[in-house]
Design a protein around this ligand. Sequence first.
Ligand SMILES: NC(=O)c1ccc[n+]([C@@H]2O[C@H](COP(=O)([O-])OP(=O)(O)OC[C@H]3O[C@@H](n4cnc5c(N)ncnc54)[C@H](OP(=O)(O)O)[C@@H]3O)[C@@H](O)[C@H]2O)c1
Length: 338
Amino acid sequence: MAGAATNHRILLRGRPAGIPTPDLFEADTVPVQAPGPDEVLLETLYLSIDPAMRGWMSEGGSSYHRPVPLGEVMRGGGIARVLESRAPEHNPGDLVQARLGWQSHPTIPARFLQKVDTTRGDALAWIGPLGLSAVTAYFGMRDIGSVRPGERVLVSAAAGGVGQIAAQIGRIEACRVAGIAGGPEKCSFLRNDLRLDAVLDYKAENDLAAAIGRACPDGIDLYFDNVGGETLDAALLHLRPGARVVLCGRISQVNVQKPYGLRNVGQLGAKQARMQGFQVFAYNPRYEEARAWLAARHADGQLRQRLHILEGLHHAPAALGMLFRGENTGKLVVRVGG
Ligand SMILES: NC(=O)c1ccc[n+]([C@@H]2O[C@H](COP(=O)([O-])OP(=O)(O)OC[C@H]3O[C@@H](n4cnc5c(N)ncnc54)[C@H](OP(=O)(O)O)[C@@H]3O)[C@@H](O)[C@H]2O)c1
């Protein structure tokens, strides 16, 4: 059957108490399932590793998704190649995007697949600068953040998957962009590769509010927040009148017993500022708009995505914890095949 006899899978075996650990997963192999009518057999090329997976592993699931049942293939999205198709719209060799699960050769109904337009980019581009992290940054910066030329922007977890795209969108929109990241290597990437106007290594600072003040001497019009907690609280102290705070993520609060209580929300009233969260999945009907915008900037060299690629499906169980320890520089991806 199209060269593949075995489907390598990673199953969820336990619920996380803190940062997800590899022992919560188990690898197995099953025979590849031949596609039925309107189904497609795929070879997974790349899997995206996302903080949201921590919620999917938990008993309560996440705001948008039910929990992954124990004993089932771990949920995960990525890019795959069609090996065999019984659906007229998909042909062997086509690239598709789908919720593939952590498995090497899924068989999936065609209605759950989105064709990848390879004129816009290859599989790596579609997991990177055209992928869901980039689409998240697009809607967060432009729709929720209403970014405007010349504004003063601050982005946290700025060297990460979403953050580096958000920061670059700020630059493309002719803003002054400051980025927060953990450690000298990430800060050097932000300063020298992404050419941000100011960079702050939060791990090297005792007084985060003062450090943000130095990185953003004229204050903040738009804060794109990926981390929440203390960093968000400190940023609130530097808002300019009419500022927008985009709550994209709160990764610093995901694994803690007692979430940090914000003290500085009064700044929203004082500065007539707005703080708003969002879920990228709610923008599904507008993904094409985002991808057209991102693809045009990627093609003309204004937008790129540093990827952190782990080779092999067996890395997936340990990969998730890396996000919560800041061990990734760039969008974290597992290469499964291809
Ligand atoms: N709203 C949505 O629809 C949506 C969609 C996708 C992702 N998100 C959110 O966007 C954020 C970024 O996701 P991503 O996939 O791009 O991950 P990422 O930024 O590539 O990786 C996570 C990064 O978060 C930072 N971090 C981890 N623990 C931290 C802590 N305790 N305090 C401060 N920083 C910490 C680390 O960077 P440093 O080394 O720099 O600390 C780490 O590399 C996450 O919060 C995620 O949940 C939201």
